[in-house]
Write a new protein. Structure first.
Ligand code: TGC
Ligand code: FAD
Length: 391
């Protein structure tokens, strides 16, 4: 009898579509995570703790702002960054979230829209994991429709005064600097708010049932005074923050494959060792159907991610293609995690096995960076030319 596959992506030999460098980066990140993260992920989740001590190590490995050039960043390709996200999320979505927010939202907002002084001040330290960033777009009353945000920045002489509240902000409570988006009389603008600025406070959100190994916070701005030098000079209008979301959504569409692959790996190992009715669970046709369906889903999601990654590296990627990838891969990953949980029976409801933890995490992933409904409507708008968001 043949032995079971340990990597579901081997079914379609995904590795044959990768370059030597891509394979090397994937295995370096994977080996690091096996040693420093994977064994501890259930405990981080159980205790609701983000492993802050790991941040400098992530920096040392070049994972922070990985696909950005200069300022101490690794300057990898988009596919290489995506593959790192895949491996990170195979451990826990909270870890990939940290890397997404640090590199693709906080650092990218400075890298793309910031002044040279802002880049010099923040990017090298953020790349090294010596400073942490967060990205405040969502508000308590405006999530899917950030265009209507209430946070205001008003001129006072040479300075700006910011008032407002941001909600559900990853890394908020541990960030050294927050990119905060606010309405001004000339439209939406971005501001860098360092920790400790008078009037700026954060409060962590407790009792989360999802993304427990990640810090999620509220940011409160009460008459926060900032100099003009704190404004991101190149960000004008909603397309400023939306351009950053493209980067983070891209990492997610790879990351989701990792969570799904790990769920399937766990179910495969269980199905080939646990016996009922005198034979391994994997010997039953119904179990094989579940495993085969989910292996096809993980494989097609991986191929979709790779295709979108190649488009990005060619400079040809459009936002609706990112929406299609994020929607498809997160939707499929959550279905895979749930189905794999059923194969584990009662054991599957403990944190000893990863699928239910991944499924719970993926509830957040389905919601943040644009809900599945927002991405459906974005794809619908591209297909029909009709805008379902407008009134
Ligand atoms: P709309 O009129 O469509 O667009 C306004 C301007 O923005 C441009 N634009 C984009 N630019 C770059 N990338 C994109 N993806 C873009 N989409 C639109 C557009 O061309 C236009 O430019 P211009 O020059 O004409 O001004 O805007 P709308 O108000 O109708 O909204 C569109 C919609 C609904 C798609 C957008 O608001 C949206 O994406 N909503 C979802 C909000 C969201 O995703 N929030 C995420 C917050 S951050 C987060 O969740 C981090 S979690 C991270 C983690 O922990 O991993
Ligand atoms: P709402 O916008 O109120 O939506 C509620 C429901 O209504 C959803 O199902 C939505 O799809 C649906 N809906 C809304 N509009 C429409 C429509 N036009 N048609 C059909 N259905 C619609 N934000 C940040 O800025 N920075 C962060 O770092 C960050 N991190 C996050 C971390 C976590 C763990 C979570 C859960 C969220 C985070 N977010 C962050 C916020 C996230 O981006 C928002 O939760 C998301 O954009 C949805 O906004 P909302 O929660 O206000 O839901």
């Amino acid at each position: 009898m043949a032995s079971p596959m340990t990597d579901p992506l081997a079914l379609l030999d995904l590795d044959s579509s990768l370059s030597d460098t891509e394979r090397d980066i994937r295995s370096t990140v994977s080996a690091f995570l096996d040693d420093r993260a994977r064994p501890f992920a259930p405990a981080w989740y159980d205790s609701g703790t983000f492993p802050r001590d790991l941040v400098p190590e992530l920096g040392k490995l070049g994972l922070l702002g990985m696909h950005l050039d200069g300022y101490g960043c690794a300057g990898t390709s988009a596919v290489e960054y995506g593959l790192a996200c895949l491996e990170l999320e195979s451990v826990d979505s909270g870890l990939r979230s940290f890397v997404s927010v640090q590199g693709s939202l906080a650092m990218f907002s400075i890298w793309r829209h910031g002044s040279e002084e802002q880049k010099q001040e923040w990017l090298p330290r953020m790349a090294a994991g010596e400073a942490i960033g967060c990205f405040g777009l969502t508000e308590p009353d405006h999530g899917s429709d950030p265009a209507n945000m209430r946070t205001r920045a008003v001129r006072d002489g040479a300075d700006w005064i910011l008032n407002g509240t941001k909600m559900w902000i990853t890394n908020g409570g541990i960030a050294d600097v927050a990119t905060v988006w606010a309405q001004t009389e000339s439209g939406i603008r971005g501001f860098l708010v360092p920790r400790g600025t008078p009037g700026f406070t954060t409060r962590d959100i407790k009792n989360k049932l999802s993304l427990r190994a990640s810090v999620t916070s509220e940011l409160v701005l009460e008459d926060v005074r900032l100099p003009e030098a704190a404004r991101l000079p190149l960000a004008e209008g909603l397309k400023g923050p939306l351009s950053c979301l493209n980067e983070a959504r891209f990492g997610i569409l790879f990351g989701a494959v990792g969570a799904a692959r790990d769920s399937l790996r766990s179910a495969l190992a269980y199905a080939t060792t646990r016996t009922q009715f005198g034979r391994p669970l994997g010997g039953f046709q119904l179990t094989q159907q579940k495993l085969a369906d989910r292996a096809l889903s993980v494989s097609t999601s991986a191929l979709l991610a790779l295709h979108i990654g190649r488009l990005k590296d060619a400079g040809a990627l459009r936002p609706e293609q990112i929406s299609a990838g994020k929607l498809h891969n997160v939707r499929e990953a959550i279905a895979t995690a749930r189905e794999c949980r059923t194969i584990l029976g009662g054991s599957g409801i403990t944190s000893e096995y990863s699928p239910l933890r991944h499924a719970a995490n993926l509830e957040s992933v389905l919601t943040y960076e644009g809900t599945s409904e927002i991405h459906l409507l974005t794809v619908g708008r591209a297909l029909t030319g009709l805008n379902a968001f407008a009134g």
